[in-house]
Structure formats: structure tokens, C-alpha cells
Design a protein around this ligand. Sequence first.
Ligand SMILES: *Cc1c(COP(=O)(O)O)cnc(C)c1O
Length: 367
Amino acid sequence: MYMPTLEIDLKKLTENARVEKEMLAAHGIEVMAVNKVFDGCIETAQAVLDGGINVIAESRTYNLKKIRATGCTTCLLRSPSLSEIEDVVRYADISLNSEPVVMQALSDEAQRQGKIHQVLLMIDMGDLREGIWFAHYEQILATVKLIEELPGLALYGLGTNFNCYGTVLPTVKNGEDFLEIAKRIETDSGVKIEHLSAGNCTSYHLLDKGIWPAGLNHLRIGGLHEFGIEYVDMKYLDAFHHSGKDVGKACSDMYMLHAEIIELNSKPTVPVGELGVDAFLQPKSFTDHGTRKRALLAFGRQDVPAENCVPQDDAISVLGQTSDHTLVDIEDSQQPLKVGDIVSFELDYTGLLMACQTRGVQRRFKY
Ligand SMILES: *Cc1c(COP(=O)(O)O)cnc(C)c1O
């Protein structure tokens, strides 16, 4: 091993996906699995598919091309760019949309490819990212009618999203308002809306509290089966596999970063000399804890930032990081660590995202 490794537990991912699918199905909710944190990883897509979730979403079109090999139905989460329409129709069965000019282009291209492309029309219920503004009812109605008219498109459903830009929580109120818009649209357009896609993993708190607005029948979820965490109240859900660490750290042992010790020594805890700024131009202050045993690890901030990973050994703590190095205090660890040994970390969502993106981390799977 000459690179830090990211070890992903596919068995637990499959189990969590199965639990999630069954839990939601019991409430009449269909789920689409979001694979975007793994950056088009085919093994993780296969794992959730094995758990029984058949539709898999990515935010980038080039990643859909990869995961299609599993035979899943694919969905593009980020609204298509006008410049990528041909590939969107080729690799996505469904996409999230809100712009008529894009939908027109999707329809034209779908006809050229002899396909029907499915559109999840996004309504912005307040979070201020994608979607037609909820108060602009006539615009929503006109867009539904447009989708019905365009020969290359079919309406997959209406969708909304929370907790992304505006930090807006999914509530009974905005859920019922969304449902109300959908019912009005059905009446005024005569179009049956099959899927009412109410949000992402944060929407799960409504189910957990038993206040789910009946009628909302679809979710797009990653974080729930990936971490077993209910993110609104920040708690572990015992039905899922999750980490036993402090839930505030939001990490999971399903994603372990293993890094090699490249130097081991005892040094003072306060630098010696006149102090300026660190590698990231930040001034720092140090508290004197005397001389401590520490290890230099072969990964850095450009791989996984220290605030997004937690040492598996509770007796080890992170002292700091530069681009390519992580310094850990191992004085209190019971492990007989030496140069060449491994220090392991659990990752949170951002840490996992970074570890999946960097060329400096090698992926490995636990089946
Ligand atoms: C990322 C994303 C999701 C899934 O989010 P999780 O937090 O992983 O559940 C759902 N919908 C959209 C539009 C997204 O961008």
C-alpha cells in the first residue's frame, strides 16, 4: 500500500438500502437512491440495486454513463445544461428540470434518438435553489402542459428539494402546500401526476415523527442509507447500520480511510521560533501539553480535511494538517504503532465525497 485507502462496506450499504426501501414502502413511498457522493462508483450503485432500489441518481451525466452498466434506471439530479442534451438523453432515463428551453431541447433530442425522456418537474417550495417558484402557479401549470405536448417527453412527476441552499426544513406545512399544488395541477390540466417527490434524506424526520403528509409518495435519498443518520434531529436510527461514535461527528465506519505512518517521533506541542502563518496562510496559537508521541500520516487536506474524518481509535487525536500530511497525537493510544502501520478514520459525508474525488486515495471494497 503506497496510498491511503478508502474502504467501503458494500454489504452494509446493501442492507441499509433494503431497510430503507421496505420502511418507505410501508408508507406508500417509493425511493430513488442517490449515488452522487461516490462519484459514479459502479460497485456502490450495484450494492443499493442489490438492496432492491432500482432507480439510481447521479448529479453528473458522465457518472450516469458508468452506473448504467448495472442495468438500473438512471436519473440526472442536476438540471441538464443545454450543452449536454445529447448525452443526457443517451444516459439518463429521467432528469430533474425547470427550464422550458431545456425541456424543448430534450424532447427534440429524444425524438432523434427514438426515446421518451422522463421529466421530474421541480417546484421550489422555499429553499431557493432549483425549481419554479411555488407561488407562480400559472407558470407551473403552463410547464406541465408543455411537457404533455412535447412528443419526446413524459412527466415522471413533480419534485421539490429542501436543506440544500436555503437550509429550509421539510415540514408538514410545506409538504401539504406542495401536495395542494399537485392536486390543483391535476384538476386544471387533467394530467395524473404519478410521483410527488418530496425531498431528500432530510424529509425522513417527518416519517420518524409520524407526521408524514399522506399523498407524498416519492423521495430521492442518499444520506439515510449511506450513514443511518436522521439529519434534522441529528440522531442515529437503530433500524440501520451506523457508527457508534458521537452522532455530532456524523461519520460512519462503513467508510474507512486507512493511512500509513511515514514518520514517528516525540516532539514538543509548541513550535520553536518566531511564529508567522501556516501552509494555508493562517496564523495559529498552540497550547503547551509537553512532549508527546506523534505520527505523520501520508494523506492531507487535499485528500480528506481533518474536520471530516474521525480517528477510529478514540485515544488518537488530529493535531493538524497540511496539503499532503496529517499529524496525529498517538501518546495515549494502546496500539504499538510503528512506521509503516496504519491509522484508520471514519468519514462523514463531506469526507467521503472528498475521498471519492481525489486521485490520492485508492478505493477498496468489503463484500
Ligand atoms: C443530493 C440530492 C438529493 C439527495 O440528497 P441526500 O442528502 O443524499 O439524501 C436529492 N435531491 C437532489 C435534487 C439532490 O441534489
